[in-house]
Design a protein around this ligand. Sequence first.
Ligand SMILES: Nc1ncnc2c1ncn2[C@@H]1O[C@H](COP(=O)(O)OP(=O)(O)OP(=O)(O)O)[C@@H](O)[C@H]1O
Ligand SMILES: [Mg+2]
Length: 390
Amino acid sequence: MTNMEESYLNYLKLVPQIHSELSKPFVGREEESKVILLALLTREHAVLIGEPGTAKSALIRRAAQLLNMRCFTYLLTKYTEPAELFGPLDINALKEGRYVRITVRKLPEAEVVFLDEIFKANSAILNTLLTIMNERLFYDGYTEIKVMLWSLFGASNEVPQDPELEALYDRFLLRHYVKPLSEDMWRDLLKYSWDIERYGYPQPEITLDRATIENINKLIYTVNLNAIETKLLKIFSILESKNLHITDRRKGKALKVIAAHAILNNRLIANEEDLAALKFIVPHDIDDFERVNIILSEELKTSYRYLRELEEIAVSIREVNNYIISFPNINSRFIEYRLLEIYRDLESTRDRVLSMIRETNDEKVHKKGAEIVENINEVLEKIKKKMEGR
Ligand SMILES: Nc1ncnc2c1ncn2[C@@H]1O[C@H](COP(=O)(O)OP(=O)(O)OP(=O)(O)O)[C@@H](O)[C@H]1O
Ligand SMILES: [Mg+2]
């Protein structure tokens, strides 16, 4: 194994470890941790939306604990001044007629930014955020600085209604609706929050630094996406037909999130499972989160169901094949009848497989299906020979 391959493998192992380290102190927050991690791996931004007290801020703070990077955290209100985020004006420079901000330890110098109540941003802050997020440039009308921002995380109780906030919202490639825990998790919740209250958050066993994140980010572009591209396009058009519109920016960026999802699952080859990551990219309004989930689980389940069924058919074909081989070459009415019965069963199984192939675009189903059809044809041929007494 080359050094390169070895470090690839190490990164592949590291990512699921970080995922479990992130979600460890919480009950039922694996999906939320996944979103945060997908954003970090893809150098994108993520927003968590949900009712108060669902651990949105706590998760983001936990992420900051795991990152060995310069972080900036702030809670926005509609009264927040640009200076609070971007740094105060340099008075001495101002006296000389220059307009300069002191950005030390403020947002423009951070690699990871956490903005709570992000949609409270007023328009002075908003415009500066837009270029920071998209162009990685800090520009306040006077000074232009290239920033080191890797990912920005936002939290909010609701999706923004104000059209002025639409551009900001679109810059969050990943969006997730955090639901309160269901009743079956309440017992665990008591135990976990007891521990958090008593001991605080556990010290992380591993941390991520910038260089590592940059390397894992490069790894994304080596993921083999051949198996999912057709299906992805099909899902895009299904969503569109159901009035779930995805902006072109988001469509184009979907692939890298899908690839990051494969890496999160320890793979360098994407499969249909990874298309589930679309549930973080497609939703816009609150209702969309549930709708997209349902559409995706139906769309993606079909292929899984088919593959499982094909697996079972493959086993039974092997059994039939062995049965036929062991069949005596005696020409009796009974044996002839039995063979004919098997022949007809096989034919209808073949029809079933062919219809599965027709109904899905999934390449794995196509390949497996074609294999099985071929096996069935061979067994049919054997039966014919038996019946002809050869
Ligand atoms: N799923 C959970 N597992 C463990 N602790 C939890 C969970 N949900 C909430 N908590 C506890 O509740 C606290 C409140 O969460 P937090 O302040 O992060 O909520 P929030 O979603 O940011 O709320 P707000 O929208 O009001 O800002 C957490 O610090 C944590 O102690
Ligand atoms: Mg909060």
